[in-house]
Design a protein around this ligand. Structure first.
Ligand SMILES: O=C1O[C@H](COP(=O)(O)O)[C@@H](O)[C@H](O)[C@H]1O
Length: 230
């Protein structure tokens, strides 16, 4: 299931999404004393991160993580962790907790097992999930071109998966569809005419392995709120 929310300007979208997410995180903290949110990286979320970072929330009770990360040095300009540190873990949100997906230099099976255990104990199910979408219909690092795509979309997959895309750089770590689909509130944040066309193609077809974002649009128990601006 999905609903499309369109905005005339990206700044209006960023403010509106930040208002909504702030409301949901506040409600989660009030009801259970803590909240968790996974955000996406890439080129789209910077303005939203800045708007959300200025909200006066109980940030010390909130854990932020990423829907996916590239296995690069966290000082690299391609690091999603760096993007979050420089734009979201700022202002009022400087005291939020951050759950690192990129641990150490070597991406070993032991590292993956430890991260899966910690994510299941500390984070899941997420209160809020903010997805992005690439031009190929990937979301998080669920890439249609990867050998792991069947595993990424399987109902019984681990929460975190090692993914090697064939048409995008870097090895990745990504939450699986099964883990992300448990989120209490799911948003897809996209902008620009080209992404609107990609979304239309995704809506018009069925095959989730061809465009993994379809899994979040089609699942009857996932209500994906799409936020789009030109
Ligand atoms: O590689 C990634 O790409 C997607 C989409 O990024 P964008 O630059 O087209 O907004 C992003 O959602 C994901 O987190 C990132 O690792």
């Amino acid at each position: 299931m999905f609903k499309i929310n369109e905005f005339e300007q990206r700044q209006l979208l960023d403010e509106s999404l930040a208002d909504k997410v702030a409301e949901l995180l506040t409600a989660a903290v009030e009801s259970k004393g803590k909240a968790s949110i996974a955000v996406s990286g890439g080129s789209t979320p910077k303005g939203f991160f800045e708007a959300l970072s200025k909200k006066k929330l109980a940030w010390q009770a909130i854990t932020i993580t990423l829907a996916d990360e590239r296995w690069v040095d966290i000082k690299s300009s391609d690091s999603n962790t760096k993007l979050v540190h420089e734009n979201l873990l700022q202002n009022e949100a400087v005291n939020a907790n951050f759950f690192h997906l990129k641990q150490g230099d070597i991406f070993s099976e032991d590292t993956l097992a430890d991260l899966n255990l910690a994510a299941n104990q500390q984070l899941l199910p997420l209160d809020v999930l903010i997805l992005g979408m690439g031009e190929d219909g990937h979301t998080a690092s669920l890439f249609p071109c990867s050998d792991e795509i069947t595993q990424c979309l399987a109902q019984d997959s681990d929460a975190l998966i090692k993914v090697t895309p064939k048409t995008a750089p870097y090895q990745r770590i990504s939450f699986s569809f099964a883990a992300l689909a448990q989120s209490k509130h799911t948003f897809l944040h996209i902008s620009g005419a080209s992404k609107k066309q990609v979304l239309a193609t995704a809506i018009a077809g069925q095959d989730c392995r061809e465009m993994p974002i379809r899994a979040f649009l089609q699942a009857p128990d996932v209500n994906t709120q799409i936020y789009w601006a030109l």
